[in-house]
Design a protein around this ligand. Structure first.
Ligand SMILES: [Zn+2]
Length: 491
């Protein structure tokens, strides 16, 4: 039986029900059992039905405050594939976020790997927007222009695609399409037809990183907006890159309004380069508020900012002037609704999938890469509940990414040593099980499988199409893998 929890004197923010009040809250059996005036909790604690001495008590520190909100949903993260961080919980429960969505990491050829190395071992509820590319979306390092005009998309057969979604219907909540003026509208059209076939919403990336002619990018984005259906989601809405929704003069393009009237949704996903403060302020001053706020946290985001990623982005929106309650709604209920995910609400009888945050009054600087703004308060995670189960947030002193990079050299020399050993015994490469080498090397270097796989293929394909490791191991074949691997041999 689940241990009941009593929260004393927490500030409940429930935007959908227009609630902002201090209360005592009892959570038991996966639901919010009671919400009552502060001070009521003492009676609950003595009541034998509520768990007696087994009850967990949580109350804010003397000089602090706790906010109890609907469970946060980060609907654009990267925990798999070339851009992915190695542990989903780092962006999820350890940062106060019970539910995250990987935006395009897995494709039909890699979704099984994604489920076994990211969904199943995580305490966070992990969902995916499955890429229409069979190996998953390839995203570039900010310094490497890998998603270039030469970007070649490899798609699966329709049957394979539908089969993958069928096998993981509880995980896949939408599709992800990456496209640019240079690669053209065919991928968008392909996404639209797959979206119709599967009745799943499609998330489309805008903001052109390929360096194409800005006019071309702008007209491309217009064409994309015209093709989207109600329920589809445009991500990177406040980007300052070519092909954005708001022009340099701060004017929102007309296709945006038409698309929004049709039910198209707009997501934030700043990552490192896709939030321009000037354009965000201009849009919000015109009353144009995003539908969802997500982080687009990826491995480089985490290296730069550490965690908690979603709360950092939410805090930057507070600094931009968005109301606290709206900010929370965009990053919880709105995001859940957009992708048909169930989160909870701090309200009697509702599912207890909730976030517990603290609002700290401290000047904090936020940067969009060009300009900086100063916020007077910021959100920090305390923990979260998933259907009543309490998970405390964790201090992110050292991210696994940094840990993995420290181990990168010994990890690769361990693999190289193994290879040299096999070669000296005149064995053919075909006889070597690459995954076993990785397994042994990671054990010697004390890496998790996720850290090892991520650092392996971060090294193996640093500047061309970055292909998820599962795909390399299972699909590429030994010869091609060996070719990519050769720069890391010691001989
Ligand atoms: Zn992304």
């Amino acid at each position: 039986m689940q241990q009941p929890t009593i929260l004393q004197s927490v500030r409940i923010i429930d935007p959908r029900h227009d609630v902002d009040r201090v209360a005592d809250v009892l959570i038991a059996d996966g639901i919010v059992r009671s919400v009552a005036e502060p001070g009521t909790a003492e009676q609950w604690n003595e009541h034998p039905d509520n768990g007696g001495e087994q009850t967990r008590l949580i109350s804010p520190p003397k000089d602090g405050n706790y906010l109890l909100t609907p469970g946060l949903v980060d609907c654009h993260t990267h925990v798999f594939g070339s851009a992915g961080v190695s542990r989903a919980d780092m962006l999820g429960v350890e940062a106060g976020v019970p539910i995250i969505v990987d935006a395009g990491g897995p494709g039909a050829a890699t979704i099984d790997d994604f489920v076994s190395i990211r969904v199943e071992p995580s305490r966070t509820r992990v969902h995916a927007l499955m890429s229409i590319e069979s190996g998953g979306v390839t995203e570039s390092h900010p310094g490497h222009n890998t998603t270039s005009a030469t970007h070649k998309m490899v798609t699966s057969s329709i049957d394979t695609f539908l089969g993958a979604i069928d096998r993981h219907a509880d995980v896949v909540v939408g599709l992800k399409v990456w496209s640019s003026a240079a690669s053209g509208l065919r991928w968008i059209d392909h996404g639209v037809s797959l979206s119709e076939m599967t009745s799943l919403p499609m998330m489309v990336h805008i903001g052109d990183v390929t360096g194409a002619d800005p006019d071309l990018s702008d007209s491309f984005t217009g064409d994309v907006l015209d093709r989207l259906q109600g329920g589809d989601v445009v991500t990177h809405s406040f980007t300052g890159l070519p092909g954005g929704l708001i022009n340099a003069a701060g004017k929102i393009r007309s296709e945006v309004t038409v698309a929004r009237d049709r039910g198209v949704l707009f997501d934030i996903a700043p990552g490192l380069v896709n939030l321009n403060f000037g354009r965000a302020v201009a849009a919000m001053e015109q009353g144009w508020i995003p539908d969802t706020i997500s982080s687009d946290a990826h491995r480089w985001f985490v290296e730069q900012y550490r965690c908690p990623s979603l709360l950092r982005v939410m805090s930057s929106f507070l600094a931009l002037g968005l109301a606290l309650s709206k900010t929370i709604e965009c990053a919880s209920t709105n995001a859940a609704e957009a992708f048909g995910i169930q989160t909870g609400a701090p309200r009697e009888g509702e599912v207890a999938t909730l976030s517990l945050l603290s609002l700290q009054e401290a000047p904090t600087m936020f940067s969009d890469g060009e300009t900086s703004i100063r916020g007077s308060e910021s959100l920090a995670p305390v923990g979260c509940f998933i259907e009543g189960e309490w998970i405390e947030a964790r201090e992110q002193a050292r991210s696994p990414e940094l840990l993995a990079s420290e181990h990168r050299v010994p990890f690769f020399s361990a693999i190289a040593e193994e290879l040299a050993h096999h070669r000296s015994h005149d064995e053919r490469w075909r006889g070597i099980e690459l995954h076993q080498l990785i397994h042994r090397a990671r054990r010697d270097c004390n890496l998790t499988i996720g850290e090892a796989i991520n650092s392996f293929y971060a090294e193996i394909s640093p500047d061309e199409t970055a292909i998820p490791a599962g795909w390399i191991l299972e699909q590429l074949g030994p010869d091609e893998t060996m070719k990519r691997f050769s720069p890391f041999q010691t001989t």
